[in-house]
Design a protein around this ligand. Sequence first.
Ligand code: SAH
Ligand code: DHB
Ligand code: MG
Length: 218
Amino acid sequence: MGERWQAVDDYIADKLLGADDALAAALANNEKQGLPPIDVSAAQGKMLHLLARIAGARRILEIGTLGGYSTIWLARALPDDGRLVTLELEAHHARVARENLERAGVSDKVDIRIGSAADSLAAMATGEPFDFVFIDADKQSNAHYVAEAIRLGRSGTTIIVDNVVREGGVLEADSDDDRIVGTRALFDMLSADPRLDATAVQTVGAKKWDGFVLARVR
Ligand code: SAH
Ligand code: DHB
Ligand code: MG
């Protein structure tokens, strides 16, 4: 089925997304510079963009920048005075992202912070709250990242977490894969935390069978 999922994603992108030089250049630059091809798909990128606009987001937090492909989609959702903070462990990824964001004309809105996201988050004081948070880094830390998103958010903040299904791997209760253990810890947290309303949606497409969590801070 994988080929057909990809073909439908191509159809959706062709019908609804159109050609986009900056995004295509970002993916080409990522590949040239050796980044892994684990960006969100085009259809998912546009979904993030639309959700941020629907939320009226002025302040966006992203955890896991890679080459900034999802960052570009999200930054384009911001109003002129909007800001996006994106957290990335790898200096090389951040360098490539900076190039891609500059080419896309959104780098003036984006602050890339290099280092472990847990450290960068710990250094962030609550100030003007984030309206929208996209979590897409090391899956082991997802429950912690959601807790930090709540701390740095407000009532109504939208939280999205990528890669929470992993081809059904989420069902493996005795997995020794840290990413699965982390994903299950995320679901445990979401099911118990009274500060959130949450769901998860399974997806198929260019990223095979996976899914995302959608949550709103109460
Ligand atoms: N959101 C990107 C894809 C992110 S891939 C997109 O869709 O375009 C995951 C990224 O998280 C990688 O670049 C990886 O280096 C980064 N990462 C992994 N562990 C991290 C950590 N502890 N802190 C911050 N970033 C981390
Ligand atoms: C992986 C990470 C991602 O964020 C993703 O969307 C797909 C795959 C990975 O680490 O394999
Ligand atoms: Mg992802």
